[in-house]
Design a protein around this ligand. Structure first.
Ligand code: MG
Ligand code: MG
Length: 275
């Protein structure tokens, strides 16, 4: 059953999402080649615990860490590594969730480290822009299929990259994953109608090569089957009568990226979609 949120509940989710983005901003300020996934995982966990919150992923179905750290061909759900150092030219998807005051927050950003190829920066920009295309579509009266269509059309028709099918966005609130599922592909006019108070995490996962994925031997990491790079950006939003309300905040992440010479700024292609 879909649980539509009250104004008060939406503000709780916003608070959780802002803490997620605070943790991701801290990651943005320190991440660089030579660091490991565990280094940024520890740093993020400290920010979360300092705010009397709990990392939402740690222990979730047995996941061992605060962050999902998914470099290059890893799409999502990567376990932070103790030994594998980030390299110049890597793109690293960092996904974070927190539980604060009984409500979850969820957001993700992909960081390009150092000299990332133009083609891969293109993938990053297309993925990030597709997220805002999806958000722009998330108005009262539209349907879940309209969101998926917006992402898929932009990514696959306009830019010839591939949307991952196996993993989807989701409702969020008192649970990390609530109904409805929010696929990044679909048909216009299909699926449930978007109503006031619907709170969803929208998270396009886009492969440079083919759409197919497989699970790595660690049982968690989702990999692009062809081992080409994959990007991932996620916002949690509330559907409101006035229009979509973005509860997470990537501007604070970008602000830190601008101060960190080891990370490139991603941005979007179509500035008009960013409110
Ligand atoms: Mg997430
Ligand atoms: Mg999510």
């Amino acid at each position: 059953m879909i649980y539509y949120k009250t104004d008060e509940e939406i503000e709780f989710v916003r608070e959780s999402c802002l803490l997620v983005c605070k943790a991701l901003s801290h990651v943005a300020s320190i991440i660089k080649p030579g660091m490991t996934g565990i280094d940024i995982d520890k740093a993020a966990e400290e920010v979360i615990r300092d705010h009397n919150a709990e990392p939402a992923f740690k222990g979730y179905r047995g996941f061992p860490a605060t962050l999902c750290v998914s470099p290059n061909a890893a799409v999502v759900h990567g376990i932070p590594s103790k030994s594998q150092e980030f390299k110049e030219g890597d793109i690293v998807s960092v996904d974070c969730g927190v539980l604060l005051n009984g409500f979850f927050g969820d957001s993700a950003y992909t960081f390009p480290l150092g000299e990332v190829s133009e083609e891969v920066m293109h993938l990053m920009k297309v993925t990030n822009t597709s997220l805002y295309k999806a958000i722009e579509t998330s108005e009262v009266g539209k349907r879940i299929g309209d969101i998926g269509f917006a992402v898929q059309h932009y990514v696959e028709r306009q830019h010839k990259f591939s949307v991952v099918r196996e993993l989807v966005g989701h409702g969020i609130g008192r649970e990390l994953h609530e109904p409805p599922e929010v696929p990044n592909f679909g048909k216009r006019g299909r699926g449930i109608k978007l109503q006031e108070g619907l709170v969803i995490a929208i998270e396009p996962m886009v492969n440079q090569g083919r759409k197919d994925v497989r699970t790595a031997p660690d049982g968690w990491t989702i990999l692009a089957k062809d081992l080409k790079p994959s990007a991932h950006f996620e916002h949690t939003i509330a559907v409101r009568e006035e229009g979509p309300d973005i509860l997470s905040n990537h501007e604070m992440i970008v602000e830190q990226i601008r101060k960190n010479d080891n990370v490139l700024e991603v941005g979007v292609y179509d500035e008009s979609v960013v409110a």
